[in-house]
Write a protein that binds this ligand. Sequence first.
Ligand code: DGP
Length: 230
Amino acid sequence: MAQQQARGAFIVFEGADRAGKSTQCQMLVEHLQAQGVAAELWRFPDRTTPIGKMINSYLTSQSDIDDAAVHLLFSANRWEKREELLRKLHEGTTLVVDRYAYSGVAFTAAKGLPGLDRAWCMAPDAGLPAPDAVFFLCLTVEQAAARGGYGEERYEKDEFQRKVLDQFHAMRGSSWRVVDASQSIDAIQQQLREQAAAVVARCQRGTSPVGKLWEGAQAGAGAPLSEINQ
Ligand code: DGP
């Protein structure tokens, strides 16, 4: 069997709004860098690109975009970063990514609109690079609300967040590591560092090529799209 090259790890953080993803991502990247691991923090949506600017305008309610169309924009925002993402991984840089296609599926499927079921939501992201691990920061809507409630953006409402959480849980696959986000920041970070170290080491050994969404056990425990529908 041909020897794979050592590469960076692709680690995605997911969770509902206010679970602490951004704080934990930042801390993890700083920790990895301090350990001598080349690491970068990315986030989706990337609001800096032309597509990302349209998404930002939608999220901040400056514009209304059809639900199917905006779903495709979020996905396009990931596709437009695909080449750079793969290049970085193959150059040996570990990417810690704040949200990815799982948010894409969860937030649109949670709308419960006719025709936009989970299978439809998953289709545009099929073939994107699959993360080596998904760190899911698990927090109930009540716990999130106790942190000071949600902000002003379009999706930041209790009832909707509850539906988003249900969608996330339905997508949990074998690459997911669920972390109780109600613990202290340091306790959560400690667990994430241990998990990340194992993933980074595996990718450095060069035995694990970058997978593709939604192949294998990346989502829905590997169930075919037809079985994940709804
Ligand atoms: P953030 O910048 O992480 O706070 O995300 C902004 C909001 O956009 C947040 O409510 C989650 C939502 N979101 C993130 N990714 C997607 C996506 O791919 N599709 C949809 N519909 N919403 C998303």
